[in-house]
Design a protein around this ligand. Structure first.
Ligand SMILES: C[S@@+](CC[C@H](N)C(=O)[O-])C[C@H]1O[C@@H](n2cnc3c(N)ncnc32)[C@H](O)[C@@H]1O
Length: 478
């Protein structure tokens, strides 16, 4: 069936040999699994459908051009991947989104190409987009535009899973389950092949979470291994084996994680207690006098996000990250060690605009509210990693901007790598040794010169030094 479109939409569908970026994201976010039915709405040539079938997913694909005869049935998950961009008629675009939403019973996953790809799309202005020389249409969205558009059409609060990918959940429990998983990933259980190791695993959980698990939180094999023990016996075993200090530490950590979750939830949209994931409900019951008290404390935490002095104080007190006159920079590996209010800062930005797939360092401004995720692909290998891209979200306007340094001849680079990491990071001693050698060699005497590749190279030459891995050598040495 050929539609009477004003552009040649079928030509926008590419052949895919691997999963699309949005489908990979959804897989990583546990939204696509073999228990759920999936509909790829506007599936094009069906590359994602084929790949997901290989992963044992129950998936079907419908496309008005390529697969018009697939029966359209309601499905747990509906994917609408790069479809909205190519529809030139705004009324039809909206109708397509609405139709996809009506077909989803748990979550609709909408992806669209973003304005930062502007340079890759050439064409003549046509309606609210461009008509290319191949007669294909592209309306590029800004990140914020896509989220607010999906929110408006579906009438629900959405979460940006990544730049250009938005999740719209059918009910609060599905949304909050995802949010909780994103903020505090489920604790890993130690393997438990027999009763003794099942008890060790249980004790480990209690020490990390600060409370015993509810039977519904146990992995099934473990629940079976422990089923013959009476609740009293289990309690005694835990009391005798768990380290009291570790349990107290775990309780503190979980309390802060719960506050963080409830504050992000408030930022995104608060649901009733019954829609919280079971583990969060149990955390609230264990560590707060009531849900009301937990909400009040988390609301205060969210309010602190507006307080420049408080945020600056938290940055100064942070045991991880490098503070500069404008911002705190923290490596991805150390992000969860930041004070809770700063973790909240970063999470709010990511829920609004989506964290990019690749990033190494988060930059949190202390004046104004903006988070950038910076990508240094060779952070571990390169003694002075060069930036490849940055993605910024302004929390006041929710506007985003993206910068690629792929074609830049003189990229900004990093020094003193250890400062971005936590003090217990295994790489810190090596990075610190290099910094000390560079300091002794006089390489940091002209800080205004060393921030980019050419300036840094020139300073290395001026000081008669060169780098081999993380070792600083004299230039004459080989
Ligand atoms: C850029 S392709 C994306 C294909 C596929 N989702 C992927 O990511 O590989 C856009 C697809 O949207 C389909 N499409 C166009 N108008 C549509 C509409 N009104 N409803 C659903 N799909 C539509 C086109 O046939 C085309 O296959």
């Amino acid at each position: 069936m050929q539609q009477s479109w004003n552009s040649d939409r079928r030509r926008t569908a590419i052949g895919r040999s691997t999963l699309s970026v949005p489908a990979r994201q959804a897989l990583a976010d546990h939204q696509l699994n073999s228990d759920r039915t999936i509909l790829d709405y506007g599936c094009g040539r069906g590359g994602d459908v084929t790949s997901l079938r290989r992963l044992d997913c129950k998936v079907s694909g419908w496309d008005p051009y390529y697969s018009p005869s697939t029966p359209l049935a309601s499905s747990d998950v509906v994917l609408l991947t790069y479809v909205l961009n190519v529809i030139e008629d705004p009324a039809e675009r909206r109708q397509t989104l609405k139709q996809a939403w009506n077909l989803a019973t748990t979550v609709l996953i909408v992806s669209a190409r973003l304005t930062w790809e502007k340079a890759k799309v050439r064409g003549q202005q046509f309606g609210d987009g461009l008509l290319t020389s191949r007669q294909t249409f592209q309306h590029l969205f800004s990140s914020n535009e896509l989220r607010t558009y999906v929110e408006e059409v579906t009438g629900t609060r959405c979460i940006s899973a990544a730049p250009g990918t938005v999740y719209a959940f059918k009910d609060d429990s599905a949304r909050l389950g995802y949010l909780a998983h994103r903020i505090v990933p489920d604790a890993e259980w130690l393997a438990s092949a027999d009763t003794t190791s099942a008890i060790a695993s249980l004790v480990d959980y209690v020490e990390r979470r600060g409370r015993p698990p509810h039977v519904e939180e146990l992995p099934r094999p473990m629940a079976e291994q422990l089923a013959h023990l009476k609740p009293g016996e289990l309690k005694r075993l835990i009391r005798d084996s768990a380290d009291a200090d570790e349990v107290a530490e775990g309780a503190k950590r979980t309390t802060l994680n719960t506050l963080l979750f409830l504050a992000v939830e408030l930022f995104n949209s608060r649901g009733p207690f019954s829609s919280l994931p079971l583990s969060v409900q149990l955390d609230v019951r264990s560590f707060f006098s009531s849900y009301k008290e937990a909400c009040q404390r988390s609301d205060r935490l969210l309010l602190k996000l507006r307080d420049d002095t408080y945020i600056r104080g938290a940055m100064n007190a942070s045991s991880v990250g490098k503070i500069t006159p404008t911002a705190l920079y923290v490596h991805r590996r150390a992000i969860d060690q930041m004070p809770t209010v700063l973790r909240l800062y970063e999470h709010c930005a990511s829920v609004a605009a989506g964290r990019p797939q690749y990033w190494t360092i988060a930059k949190l401004k202390h004046q104004g509210r903006a988070v950038s995720w910076l990508d240094y692909p060779d952070f571990d290998k390169d003694p002075h990693p060069r930036i490849s891209s940055s993605y910024l979200v302004d929390l006041k306007t929710l506007e985003t901007s993206h910068m690629s340094y792929a074609n830049s001849a003189n990229r900004p680079l990093l020094h003193r790598k250890h400062e971005f990491l936590g003090p217990d990071d295994p790489d810190v001693p090596c990075y610190r040794r290099l910094t000390q050698s560079e300091l002794r060699a006089g390489l940091y005497k002209n800080p205004h010169l060393i921030g980019t590749e050419t300036g840094w190279e020139a300073e290395l030459i001026r000081c008669g030094r060169k780098l081999r891995g993380h070792r600083l050598l004299r230039r004459t040495e080989d």
